[in-house]
Design a protein around this ligand. Sequence first.
Ligand code: KMH
Ligand code: ZN
Length: 310
Amino acid sequence: MSTKPVIITCAITGGIHTPTMSQYLPITPNEIANHAVDAANAGASIIHLHARDPENGKPTSDAATFMEFLPAIKERCDAVLNLSTGGSPGMSVEERLQAALLTKPEMASLNMGSMNFGLYPLLQKHTNWQYEWEPKFLEMTRDFIFKNTFKDIETILAKLGDDCGTRFEFECYDVSHLYNLAHFVDRGLIKPPFFVQTIFGLLGGIGADTENLAHMRRIALKLFGDDHEWSVLAAGRFQMPFATTAATMGGNVRVGLEDNLSISKGVLAKNNAEQVKKITQILQELSLDIATPSQARERLGLKGSDNTSI
Ligand code: KMH
Ligand code: ZN
């Protein structure tokens, strides 16, 4: 069986982890840009981006902060820049969309259903918090609903997809999200080829069991067949095992400090590139090729970096 080169996405900083959890989490625009470029040089063809307040590391939706690192990354590497529209717990849908609407990126995330999004178990892992906002933020997720209604999804598809030519990383945290995606495909609002990011091990979503990986794969294939590119991300310690298994099943992979702070058991990753290098080595050992940014662009039908406002 001939397999396609694996598209590696690297998610640089996210809106889940907090500065106390790892001194290596990139916070400032400069740190985010350096991590992104190094991840691209290590083999990531897509860079998934959130922004943080440089003063205290808190996730921010401020478009000006995004613009402090996006042009720098674009100038220094050819990777596809993929902006989060999921943002971070506590942000409104309008806030989450600000940076993407301004910059009209080649790619943005689109979360395919409303759900619980529990980060509060992370409270047990630390006591001395560097910033006051950190424990409050984590505690707040005990009573938080990550809002992605059908109307929200329609709005993002129209304003960002139709009006800006941005294509999506469809974030599917459970089987129902695949059916929500199929609903929009059936309505003709989403055109192939589309990029389906199946997510495992986030509290509120489907668990990180390989039975679930196989099932999500089976249902995605049944619903979307050749129209989709399948990718996998798993939270925390499941990141590398799930990425490896998915790649052997013909899938693409996502790594990065957004979803996992470690490089091996009990050892923090010093940067994003470490994780990209690790999955790259694993893929090479398995005789799998790594996709270049231009191969990723072609397979995902992207408009090209010259057609953005970055
Ligand atoms: N951190 C992932 C589990 C987004 O940015 O829109 C989800 C994510 C969402 O990346
Ligand atoms: Zn994200």
